[in-house]
Ligand binder design. Structure first.
Ligand code: HAM
Length: 422
């Protein structure tokens, strides 16, 4: 099956990649864990399209953000409509909420989603142009208890993956009542320091000065250390809301650090914002991020619908996944069904099916490998058991089973073997 040397290959697009087995098995286990944990909190899946009208992201994520300014995979379809590969999931959930009149459903509405997202960023460790998120949103409630539920759910999920030391960073970015005043003060202070800001931040000054807190340019990072903080300008409602969330976390025994400069890279946030970061990830250290977005649905033409959510970056999570979870997810026992001569293959096909009927994995030797080669293969594939079918076995309705870990080998009635699998 060797390809001609002259035939050029086609490789994956820069910043995208294939997830191959056995890694894909670990990804699947992680996604199943998320779905299981989120279901336990009453969340159900929503699937939205991978492409959306460009306008959706401009209006929701915001024109001053890097995502909208620099990172969108924007293209025109054959009718000249401007579309985007989604850079995140929240805007799509909000659009679906408005489009399908989901306000008519019992509230609050708890939804989760998973799938690929696309951002045209410079690829590096933990940063891809096609990456994967698992996200959850609770819509139609402004209760701080909903914020708490989100954080507890995130914590529970990370704990069930075996993480111990990840902690949550928390902040409040205020609301329509308190933010304008803060914003005015911030803009004034920033104007006075304009010469210390990068070009992007100078532009951000008029659109959304809070973005400066999110800038990675060293001189801007330095500048923000002397700026007033939103936390000191919260209105009473926002302060109370924030305090309730902090108290709830304490009650639940979840440690969360306050990060006064946490504003997040999307414009739709109000009140609670949070991230979970890991030092093991280097510069791209946010594993997940989220927050409240009480105005987004209104801004997209829907009814007043306060909401909060988060999204986990699966690619980053995989980089730091505890070995215990990885190993456990690869530990599914496998029976390798090995016919000892070609004439026993039909019987072996039947046996493999019978094993699978017991909900056990059976891999059939379809290529007639000789025993020595077959055992080597079984070893490389780390199969747990080899089930031999030869003349004696077929004639006597038995199987010979070799346990690969111990080397123990025994013959038994076929029925007894099949029953032993359940
Ligand atoms: P975000 O902070 O933009 O929030 O993304 C969430 C997570 O996605 C990040 O913490 C990171 O782990 C991962 N991520 C982002 N960009 C990349 C990339 N280029 N490569 C790999 N991983 C990446 C949101 O997307 C919001 N929709 C979260 C949310 C939901 N807020 C409310 N509800």
């Amino acid at each position: 099956m060797s390809a001609s040397k002259k035939t050029p290959r086609v490789n994956a697009v820069k910043g995208t990649r294939d997830i191959l087995p056995p890694d894909s098995v670990v990804w699947q286990a992680m996604e199943q864990k998320a779905m299981r944990v989120f279901s336990r909190f009453g969340y159900r899946e929503i699937r939205t399209p991978v492409m959306e009208p460009t306008e959706l992201f401009v209006r929701s994520i915001g024109e001053s953000t890097d995502i909208v300014n620099k990172e969108m995979y924007e293209f025109k379809d054959k009718k000249g409509r401007s579309l985007c590969l989604r850079p995140e999931g929240t805007a799509s959930v909000a659009r679906a909420y408005v489009e399908h009149n989901l306000r008519l459903q019992p509230h609050p509405l708890r939804l989760y989603y998973l799938g690929p997202m696309f951002r045209y960023e410079r690829p590096q460790k933990g940063r891809y142009r096609q990456f994967y998120q698992i996200g959850a949103e609770i819509l139609g409630t402004e209760s701080p208890s909903a914020d708490l539920e989100m954080l507890v759910m995130v914590h529970r999920f990370l704990k069930e993956l075996g993480f111990r030391e990840l902690s949550i960073l928390l902040n409040s970015v205020g609301c329509d009542q308190c933010r304008p005043e803060y914003r005015a003060e911030l803009t004034e202070k920033l104007r006075a320091k304009k010469d210390q800001l990068c070009q992007d931040c100078i532009q951000r000054l008029d659109q959304n000065p809070l973005r400066v807190f999110d800038c990675k340019v060293p001189s801007c990072r330095e500048t923000v250390t002397s700026l007033p903080l939103i936390g000191d300008h919260l209105c009473e409602g926002c302060r109370e809301h924030h305090d309730r969330v902090v108290e709830g976390l304490q009650r639940a025994g979840i440690s969360a650090g306050r990060d006064d400069g946490l504003v997040r890279g999307l414009d739709y946030y109000t009140r609670t914002v949070f991230e979970v970061v890991s030092a093991d990830l280097g510069a791209q250290n946010a594993i997940l991020g989220g927050g409240r977005y009480d105005r987004l649905i209104q801004d997209l033409g829907g009814p007043e619908t306060p909401a909060i959510g988060f999204a986990i970056g699966e690619d980053r999570l995989m980089e730091i996944l505890p070995d215990s979870f990885r190993e456990a997810s690869l530990r599914e026992p496998v029976c390798y069904v090995l016919p000892l001569a070609p004439e026993y293959l039909p019987e072996a096909e039947t046996l493999a099916l019978q094993i699978r009927e017991q909900d056990v994995v059976a891999v059939l030797e379809v290529d007639g490998r000789p025993v020595r080669a077959a055992m080597k293969y079984a070893d490389r594939m780390t199969f747990d058991r080899v089930v031999f079918l030869g003349e004696d076995e077929v004639a006597g309705g038995t199987v010979t089973v070799k346990e690969m870990r111990t080397g123990e080998q025994s013959a038994m009635e076929r029925d007894v073997f099949l029953n032993s699998l359940t």
